[in-house]
Design a protein around this ligand. Sequence first.
Ligand SMILES: Nc1nc2c(ncn2[C@@H]2O[C@H](COP(=O)(O)OP(=O)(O)OP(=O)(O)O)[C@@H](O)[C@H]2O)c(=O)[nH]1
Ligand SMILES: [Mg+2]
Length: 623
Amino acid sequence: MPTANNIRNICIIAHVDHGKTTLVDFLLKQAGTFQTHQRVEDRVMDSMDLERERGITILAKNTSVRVGDVKINIVDTPGHADFGGEVERIMGMVDGALLLVDAAEGPLPQTRFVLRKALAQGLKIILVINKVDRPDARVDEVVNQAFDLFVDLGANEEQADFPIIYACARQGWCTLDVNEIPALLDGSKKNTLKPLFDTVLEHVPAPKISADNDFQLLISNLAYSDYVGRLTIGRISQGTVKKNQRVIRRGVDASGNPKNETFSVSQLFTYEGLKQVEVNELSAGDIGVIAGSELVEIGDTIVGSESGVALPRILVEKPTLGMIFSVNTSPLSGKEGEAIQSRKLRDRLVREVRNNVALRMEETATTDQFRLLGRGELQFAILIEQMRREGFEFMIGKPTVLYQTGENGEKLEPMERAVLDLPEQYSGDVTRMFQGRKGLLTKYEGGSGHGSNRIRLEFDIPTRGLLGMRSKYLTITRGEGLFSTFLLEYGPHKGDLAHRQNGALISDRTGDTVEYALMSIEERGVLFMGSGVPVYEGMIIGEHNKENDLNVNCCREKKLTNIRSAGAEFLVTLAGTRKMSLEQCIDWIDEDEWIEVTPQSVRIRKKVLNGNLRSVKREERIN
Ligand SMILES: Nc1nc2c(ncn2[C@@H]2O[C@H](COP(=O)(O)OP(=O)(O)OP(=O)(O)O)[C@@H](O)[C@H]2O)c(=O)[nH]1
Ligand SMILES: [Mg+2]
């Protein structure tokens, strides 16, 4: 049983893609977690299907390594802003943070967000300048920028006196000496991640243990096991807990009043590498897993006796976006998955909100619809994707911004800073697009980021203006632009913003699409589908090239004639369709439209299906 002196608890934080999960791979490998013959997948901590498919981390996860007789618990965190709540909730488990910064990109919006949280938590920070192997690395400049960021965020003297490590996570080495980088790059010198391990042991304090021996743990994360059910994850702040011990969960009920539950600890686990190993006892300072209660929630405290008190609940930033989830009311409902009824939809959303502190749920005026509140389109898209993989059918509406009311009754809306890094030749188009969305250019920096023909632009822009922008930005910059944002604060409402310039092409009947019919519609806009696709009245099949909607017959067959044309028949095919991904659909839809999600399809439809009951004019369909 380790005492706190041979434990260190750290997290790894950074902007998206700066190499956190890759670094964990090599920390595990070099600490001898795997047998030499064992083949280890890249980014082994990204274990969820969706994480592997998208190449990003979505959930914070624990692991540990042993260096000598010290156990280092490590929490890998996601870098995408939409999953910022994951970072916020694990901060209380650790005493130190490795702050990774890409040697070419430098600090970006999420670097700022996570560093601010880490400083507020009083964590000891180690700066890791990663990807020093990049040809466009600019190490000195990036170190200076990181230093400025610490100062800017109000780091105290001790915090601003951070050790700096230069690393190439992908090759598994690092150094404390910036002058050694060239030799390490050309292979004339070799190193490992030992300097990083040493720095952690030296600079990150061992977990403080209170003199009070009464067991206490703040629940920072949850997991689920098919064998033992719901699992509590947290750091034991004081005392010890044993298997079969009776403990008390100090939680809250739906209205926030204290609610206690006594339960018996059925199993205890500790992290050893990627495995959870069962133990009989956990003691202060360690991060562990407790089974035995199905009711545990993030933010609850588990204590060992009646006199044990609850720790302050974990607070995270408030949601800024809302999205309606609805029972599927489409004519094709139930054909491809389980068309869940409102109770089950509600239960599923409640379960999500219990596991994810950054999400909230609200009832609406109708019992078939629920409003989920969160941080970004990607956060919603991931949940939607998970639910369709579970076999569910449901509908979602356009994401909407959550407004607030100011002191004098004025309407306030969330504002964000968008930081863009892009090839200079696209700057004109991009600036025009952002300004058209009420963006205010606050910074124009040449020669930064990846190489000299790139520029960095910063805009202050309403969250509302950013909705649906990502895919347009990527189109304009031919996929070469980087785009990230962070929330500033609520500001005065910036006035009306048109969401979409184009109307929809809408099927006026039920049937299957026919190539012949689609060919005549094609000149009216962009089709989202080819032939042979089942459609219904009110379902959207494409984007109209005018502002109004257009109801079309996309099921019309060619009339058969017995006169053969003299010339050879041409085989005419559709020029091309734009297959819409779930995220593109979320970017695209208007308030009077739904996205219908099933395990097999993502369809877009009008809320009002009957063509006679809805207007095609924009000003009449959206108020
Ligand atoms: N050139 C170079 N690429 C690296 C290095 N470390 C990581 N990468 C690459 O950077 C990309 C992102 O790496 P990840 O480890 O997934 O980054 P992450 O910070 O975990 O990303 P999120 O968890 O999604 O925020 C991958 O393609 C890695 O191969 C490095 O030292 N040098
Ligand atoms: Mg990652």
